[in-house]
Write a protein that binds this ligand. Structure first.
Ligand SMILES: *Cc1c(COP(=O)(O)O)cnc(C)c1O
Length: 367
C-alpha cells in the first residue's frame, strides 16, 4: 500500500457547514450549559435513535461514571473483561468492585448463563457491553436482573443506531451509555450520552452533569462537569444529517469483507441473529490455529504493508495491573474471553475505504 490505512477514519461534514454553525455560536455568545445546539441535538438524537430521553455528555467515560452515580450503585458490579478499559475504570472511579464474568463465544458479550453464579449479597448491578455494536442477550439479562433485583447499565459505546426488530437496542436496561469519540460511528470529536426512559431520571442526570446544581443557588448532589459544549453539539447535528449514508457505506464495506473471507479455513467471522440491524462499527475476524499464519503474525505482516489493523480487545481488561489480582480475573474464570482475545483482529472499516484498498487488504490477508 502506498499510503497508510488505519482501522478507522472519522466521517466529517463539509467544513463550510461547520463554519456556518460556528458563526451562529459566535453571534449568540452561548458556548455551553445547554444552549440551542445542545437542546436541538438531544431532540434530534431521540428522534433518530428512537429513544425517549437522552442527556449529552462531554465524553462517554464521564457518562459511564455519572450513570453509576445516577442509580446509586454500590458494592460489586458484574461486567465483561472483553471491552475497552473505560468500562471497568468507571467502576473503580466510583469505588465499586468489578466482578468479571466470561463471555459467550457467539455474541462475544457477557454470557447470561454464567452471571448468576457470580452474584453475591454485595452485587447491585450488571454492566454489560454491546461489543462491536452486537446486541447482548438483553432478554436473559433483563430477566435475571428483575429476578435478583439488580440494575442494568449497558455500555453501548459501540451501539449507535443498532436495532433489534423495530426497537432501539438502547431502550434495554435501566440506562445505556453512548460514546461520540472520534473513532466511533457517530462522532462529535469528543462526546457521549446517557439514554434513559423517564423525565425524572433525565432531570437527575442533567443535574449530576452540571455539578449538582438545580438552580443558581442550590446544589443537591456532588455532581461533576459532564456538559457537552455548543461546538460539539453543532458538529453532532451536521454529522447526524449524514448518518444514513455512513451506515449504508459501512454495510457495503462489511459485505465485501464477508464475501471474500466467509469460507476461509482458519478464519471465523461472527454470526448475527436474524432481525438485528447492526452498524458495522467494527469488522472483527478471529484467526484460528489452522490458519496459515498466527494472529500476531498477520497483524505484523499487515503493518509492514501499511495496513494498521487493531487487536480489539487484547489484552483483556482483567489482565491490566489494577484488575489482575481480583479473584474473578483468574484466567480459568475467563477461558472464552481469553481465547477470543488471542484470536481477534479488527480490520479497517469506514465509509471512505475504497474498493481498491479493500481488495489489497483482503489479498494481503489471504496471500
Ligand atoms: C470508546 C469507548 C468508551 C469510552 O468513550 P469515550 O467517549 O472515549 O470516553 C467506553 N466504552 C467502550 C466500550 C468504548 O469503546
Amino acid at each position: 500500500m502506498d499510503h497508510k490505512i488505519f482501522v478507522t477514519q472519522p466521517s466529517l461534514p463539509p467544513l463550510s457547514e461547520f463554519v456556518e454553525s460556528l458563526q451562529k455560536i459566535w453571534d449568540s455568545k452561548v458556548l455551553t450549559n445547554g444552549g440551542a445546539f445542545h437542546q436541538e441535538l438531544e431532540r434530534a438524537l431521540c428522534e433518530y435513535l428512537g429513544v425517549k430521553y437522552i442527556s449529552l455528555f462531554n465524553n462517554g467515560t464521564i457518562a459511564l461514571l455519572t450513570a453509576l452515580q445516577a442509580l446509586n450503585i454500590k458494592g460489586e458490579v458484574i461486567t465483561t473483561p472483553y471491552s475497552f478499559v473505560a468500562t471497568t475504570h468507571s467502576l473503580l472511579w466510583n469505588g465499586l468492585t468489578p466482578v468479571f464474568v466470561d463471555i459467550d463465544p457467539e455474541t462475544l458479550n457477557l454470557d447470561p448463563k454464567k452471571i448468576e453464579a457470580a452474584i453475591t449479597d454485595k452485587t447491585t448491578a450488571i454492566m454489560p457491553v454491546h461489543c462491536y455494536g452486537r446486541p447482548c442477550d438483553v432478554d436473559a439479562i433483563g430477566q435475571l436482573a428483575r429476578d435478583k433485583g439488580l440494575k442494568v447499565i449497558y455500555d453501548a459505546a459501540h451501539a449507535f443506531g443498532v436495532r433489534v426488530g423495530d426497537e432501539s437496542l438502547l431502550n434495554f436496561g435501566d440506562l445505556s451509555i453512548l460514546s461520540f469519540h472520534a473513532t466511533k460511528v457517530f462522532n462529535t470529536f469528543e462526546g457521549g450520552a446517557i439514554v434513559c426512559g423517564t423525565p425524572e431520571m433525565k432531570q437527575r442526570i442533567d443535574h449530576l452533569k452540571n455539578f449538582g446544581f438545580t438552580d443558581e443557588v442550590t446544589v443537591v448532589e456532588a455532581g461533576i462537569n459532564g456538559k457537552m459544549s455548543e461546538v460539539n453539539a453543532a458538529l453532532g447535528l451536521l454529522q447526524l444529517k449524514n448518518m444514513d449514508q455512513v451506515l449504508t457505506d459501512r454495510l457495503l464495506v462489511a459485505n465485501r469483507y464477508r464475501e471474500r473471507l466467509s469460507d476461509i479455513q482458519g478464519i471465523r467471522l461472527p454470526t448475527l441473529d436474524e432481525g438485528v440491524t447492526i452498524n458495522n462499527s467494527y469488522f472483527p475476524i478471529f484467526i484460528q490455529k489452522d490458519f496459515s499464519i498466527s494472529r500476531d503474525g498477520l497483524y505484523d505482516k499487515l503493518k509492514t504493508q501499511n495496513i494498521y489493523s487493531r487487536r480489539y480487545f487484547y489484552p483483556l481488561i482483567s489482565e491490566f495491573p489494577m484488575y489482575k489480582n481480583l479473584p474473578s480475573a483468574d484466567h480459568g474464570n475467563l477461558r472464552v474471553a481469553s481465547d477470543v482475545a488471542s484470536q481477534v483482529l479488527c480490520l479497517p472499516i469506514y465509509p471512505s475505504l475504497t474498493a481498491l484498498d479493500q481488495t489489497k487488504i483482503i489479498d494481503s490477508i489471504l496471500n
